[in-house]
Design a protein around this ligand. Sequence first.
Ligand code: DON
Length: 307
Amino acid sequence: MPELETVVREIAEEMRARPDRGEVASYIPELARADANAFGIAVVDREGRVVVGGDAEAAFSIQSISKVFTLTLALGKIGDRLWRRVGREPSGSPFNSIVQLENEHGIPRNPFINAGAIAVTDVILSGHQPRDTLGEILRFLQFLAEDPAIGIDEAVAASEQRTGFRNRALANYMKSFNVLENPVDFTLGVYFHHCAIAMSCRQLAMAGRFLAHNGRNPATGFSVVSPERARRINAIMLTCGHYDGSGEFAYRVGLPGKSGVGGGILAVAPGKASIAVWSPGLDASGNSHLGRIALERLTQRMGWSIF
Ligand code: DON
């Protein structure tokens, strides 16, 4: 087996040099400022060793990757009752699609498409003040990453507040089916802000450790969720984490993964490692183009595919 350090270094070098970089997201105007040439990777192995390459310390907008952590919190709050409010099947549709909601009583297909994540945020909010709920999400990430220096990029949050008409439509539509319990503006405010959390590859890979190790942080021994819950979150990441690109991601990478339109991907190699990659250019499904290729290289060379 090749050395992880060598593999990570070679991947970072290859990705830095590649001319095909995808398209940086611009529907949230502030995200369009990201540098298309950036590439970062961080891998935390079972022993707690962190191996980094490229721009692994640069903070970027985690966007939909935050949905893994809000799902974890919502399951912690109401357990399997969550599945009355949101499904767990792949949608085969783009992340911001509205079409299924009409025929399916306003219940989103899964917690990772925008509609589903808004419903999950509504569960965490459940009557609290938006500011308190946001604080809870942030503190959870800071605790998982063992790093208090994780915050919200207010410019990104404001940019999405101004332009998030589609999400507003999804939320109002779900509200009309009584799938949302809180005022739509409260739920959306928390959703836009948790998507605007900024983290580096190192911080994200650290935060994902519990998913790679049966719900426990192997460094501290602290249990975040039960082994069964970790397995289930990973299953949803595998089947739904890349929206209509989830099949392709499983085919090429073979790991549970969650993407964000900021160009990040958190991937989980069960029993082996938690991995974060970042490159802002996206493919047609809104997932990081080079991020996916980098993960494909990593799993091939390390033999880490779950299949
Ligand atoms: O709601 C949105 O559109 C964004 N805040 C998040 C979408 C996203 O990250 C999709 N992922 N690739």
